[in-house]
Design a protein. Structure first.
Length: 215
């Protein structure tokens, strides 16, 4: 595959040119952006078992991290504040280090079966308050820290992306066996994967690690 080169003739480099490509923003779309979590946003968050957390480092390098737990794992502390538990992971700490350097975050909440999503923007702080962490315990294990977000923007996003992607449609589920396991992919990308027998052992060890270290 050859390297793709962008033709500068077709580059959009300013907002005025960008907006000229689209219809004007509807009044309702402009008004739906709230500055706090109303009852509908709070209800959506309480139903959500999964979100994507967008962060940037001090130089503007972006990262998106998945966060998942039983529905309601994100705590609405008040209409302006929510808290996300940080569960055990790979200890890269990309999102957390980014928040220390640049507190601006974007959240995208999903609810299984819902085609709409909830978008929340704000600023984040890493907190180790034991009283707060205790409320986020699962299997008697509290997280080491929580990401506390001060909300600045909230709005529900329409269903078009999910309708186009058929994300929740059982007929569009893909067979996971059509791609290698996570262990094999990572080894292919790094040190090289071993033979199939050894690979099966490593895959089983990964599943056992999931079982023991989710919380």
């Amino acid at each position: 595959m050859g390297a793709y080169k962008i033709n500068p003739e077709f580059v959009i480099s300013d907002e005025r040119t960008l907006r000229s490509q689209f219809s004007e923003l509807s009044p309702l779309a402009a008004k739906k952006c709230l500055s706090a979590l109303d009852r509908h946003a709070q209800d959506f968050i309480k139903r959500s078992p999964f979100l994507c957390l967008g962060t940037q480092n001090a130089d503007g390098k972006a990262d998106v991290s998945p966060r998942g737990d039983p529905a309601g794992f994100v705590k609405v502390l008040d209409p302006q504040t929510l808290a996300i538990p940080d569960r055990p992971g790979n200890n890269r700490l990309d999102s957390l280090a980014n928040i220390v350097a640049n507190p601006n975050v974007g959240l995208l909440f999903l609810v299984p079966g819902f085609d709409e999503t909830l978008r929340v923007n704000g600023t984040a702080t890493l907190v180790t308050d034991p009283d707060l962490l205790k409320t986020m315990s699962v299997r008697d294990r509290a997280p080491k820290l929580a990401i506390v977000v001060s909300v600045s923007e909230v709005f529900l996003h329409c269903a078009k992306a999910f309708r186009r992607s058929h994300l929740w449609d059982p007929e569009h589920l893909q067979d996971r066996s059509e791609m290698p396991s996570l262990s094999r992919i990572i080894l292919d990308q790094t040190t090289g994967a071993p033979n199939d027998a050894e690979m099966q052992k490593l895959d089983a060890e990964l599943e056992e690690t999931y079982r023991k270290t989710l919380y």
